[in-house]
Design a protein around this ligand. Structure first.
Ligand code: COA
Length: 199
């Protein structure tokens, strides 16, 4: 399975629908809000000066296999979803009527995130996701490791991640990269481990 990792921030915009499609297999809140939110999120993320990430591309077929994203302030990425008020209201109304639980979770998560303090010199592993046909072969681990290496180069001292307690694949990959569980907590419908690693 030969592949290369490329910077997510320089991905051609026409490939963002593929990133969004891969992201929809993540069980988190962004996926539950639906494709328009996911696409808008990544359109904003690649333009964000402080966020960085990687995507893996198959050497033979050029297919995108997975990606990772980190940021020193993940809530700034989420709040950009509301920047275009007209777009946000139109799309969130659809969520309220079709998936009210996702809306409720969004309210709970935004309150939780608002209370989160960001330590200086730290980053969050915001997402790492691998297309289901390429899983279990170390790609998730190397996409997350690339965030750690790049974070260290940029002078960050610590990386955090939150992983749902049922998500064994993510936990195994994250722990294999040296993260340790520091607490387990509940955020609305989600039960998560909070993990950290020195960089
Ligand atoms: C989490 C994810 C990125 C891991 O990608 P991956 O390429 O499969 O990861 P790796 O192959 O590097 O490592 C996964 C580890 O979990 C193990 N694993 C995978 N599925 C498993 C399962 N259902 N039960 C137990 N272990 C499992 C693998 O064997 C491997 O462990 P090993 O290194 O000891 O062999 C991928 O499962 C994914 O995209 N999931 C959906 C999105 C997601 O949950 N992202 C993380 C959010 S915190």
């Amino acid at each position: 399975m030969p592949y290369k990792l490329h910077f997510l921030n320089s991905i051609p915009v026409k490939l963002l629908p593929r990133i969004s499609e891969i992201h929809l297999s993540d069980a988190g809140l962004l996926s539950k809000l639906g494709y328009p939110f996911v696409l808008r999120y990544f359109e904003n993320a690649i333009k964000d000066e402080r966020a960085f990430g990687f995507y893996a591309q198959d050497d033979e077929t050029n297919e995108i296999m997975g990606f990772s994203l980190a940021s020193p302030e993940p809530s700034s990425l989420t709040s950009k979803l509301t920047a275009d008020k007209g777009w946000f209201i139109r799309n969130i109304l659809k969520v309220i009527f079709t998936r009210p639980m996702a809306f409720l979770q969004m309210v709970i998560s935004s309150i939780t995130i608002r209370g989160q303090m960001y330590e200086p010199n730290t980053i969050e592993c915001v997402y790492f996701t691998v297309d289901s046909k390429f899983r279990g072969r170390g790609l998730g681990r190397s996409l997350q490791k690339a965030l750690m290496d790049e974070g260290r180069k940029r002078g960050y001292k610590k990386i955090y991640a939150s992983v749902e307690t049922w998500n064994i694949a993510s936990l195994k990959a994250t722990q294999a990269n040296g993260f340790k569980i520091i607490k387990t907590f509940r955020e609305g419908l989600y039960h998560r481990h909070r993990l950290e690693s020195e960089l």
